[in-house]
Design a protein around this ligand. Structure first.
Ligand code: GDP
Ligand code: ZN
Length: 355
């Protein structure tokens, strides 16, 4: 495999120079499972493990993830040690729940983030806007994909609604099922380029990925998420498209669903609102503060860490909105955020009453 087909370029080569002179090999992580990595190199795929130094000295955010370029020392036949991770050009991360604000990197070196939503009843410009934030945060270029074109009687008005929130971002209406419009995606899936798909469950990400992979990749097809660990250890997370180009599809990327439905949001609020009454500080953000009843509930197993991290996510979104000061947000958007703000305020007031 030529490194350039994996996305290698002169900037990576420049930072790799010192490793190269130390006799190390460059490779791209195409899969990770526990502490075993599969790395694609010029000499083929190697199974690799972290060197002791990397394992014990690196900050958690600096350990290799799928998509990373690493410096390897090949050892016995077909295996290698990972000695270093090259600086990432882009990265998708989330904050790990529990210990406050520990960044957890999910995937690295993505060129494009395909933000997928359905043109059917699931259609939601609001959701697209949230995914846009995540994409810009990651450093990769967002591309909006409106799928299920075949189920939409009036795509033009929906495309227009998305244009209003996604100003300047490329928008493509496609049917992953029937194949309509897919040729528009070819310019992103060029050799050496890496894409990932974001979107709620059911919008058609798997169908689209299968389309991008084409016939050649059926044998390496990821098993469905509900496959409960079937083939987990052999599942590739960086996959090659029929046209060249790569798709990263990892559980972490799949779980990166920001507030995909209002119901979950409301439930989270209600639960945490009740718990927050017992926090020591009235403006507790349930992160590092002492006497935090919400974090205590997570420790006790009464509240899932996931829900708390959802709240933190929302707080960051609200902060972002405050900074953004965009008066041009559409009326639906404004209404929507007004109600979220109201919930957040109520949450704060409630906790004040009880301190
Ligand atoms: P994922 O959860 O985002 O990976 O979504 P899937 O790819 O599993 O698709 C969910 C459902 O939507 C499946 O039944 C697909 O066949 C269907 N689907 C995907 N793309 C299209 C499309 O363009 N048109 C229609 N009508 N159905 C689609
Ligand atoms: Zn608290």
């Amino acid at each position: 495999m030529q490194l350039s087909l994996l996305g290698w370029n002169q900037s990576f080569a420049a930072v790799f120079a010192s490793h190269a002179s130390a006799g190390l090999l460059a490779g791209r992580v195409i899969q990770q499972f526990n502490h075993i990595y599969t790395v694609a190199t010029e000499d083929g795929e190697l199974r690799a493990q972290l060197s002791g130094h990397l394992r014990y000295e690196a900050a958690p955010g600096q350990l290799p993830v799928t998509g990373d370029w690493v410096a390897l020392r090949p050892s016995i036949q077909g295996t290698a040690q990972i000695l270093a991770v090259l600086p990432r050009v882009t990265q998708f991360s989330r904050r790990a729940a529990g210990k406050a604000d520990r960044e957890q990197v999910i995937a690295a070196n993505l060129d494009y983030a395909f933000l997928v939503t359905g043109l059917d009843n699931d259609f939601s410009p609001r959701r697209i806007e949230r995914y846009l934030t995540a994409a810009w945060d990651s450093g990769s270029t967002p591309v909006v994909i409106l799928n299920k074109l075949d189920l939409c009687a009036d795509p033009a008005s929906r495309i227009h609604a998305v244009e209003r929130v996604a100003c300047g971002t490329a928008i493509h209406a496609v049917s992953a099922l029937r194949g309509d419009g897919l040729e528009e995606l070819a310019p992103y899936c060029l050799p050496g380029k890496t894409v990932a798909l974001l979107g709620s469950s059911g919008v058609g990400k798997s169908t689209l990925i299968n389309r991008l992979l084409g016939s050649q990749s059926q044998s390496t097809q990821p098993v469905r998420e509900d496959g409960r660990g079937r083939h987990t250890t052999t599942r590739r997370e960086l996959l090659f498209c029929a046209q060249g180009g790569m798709v990263i599809d990892t559980p972490g990327m799949r779980e990166l669903q920001l507030w995909s439905d209002d119901e979950a949001l409301q439930t989270t609020f209600d639960e945490i609102e009740t718990l927050a009454r017992n926090c020591r500080y009235r403006d507790c953000r349930h992160q590092e503060e002492p006497g935090c009843a919400v974090r205590q509930a997570v420790n006790d197993g009464a509240l899932s860490a996931e829900r708390l991290s959802s709240l933190h996510k929302l707080q960051r979104e609200l902060d972002w909105l405050d900074r953004r000061e965009d008066p041009s947000a559409g009326p639906v958007e404004r209404q929507r955020w007004k109600s979220i703000h109201k919930s957040a305020k109520r949450l704060k007031k409630e906790s004040m009453k009880h301190t």
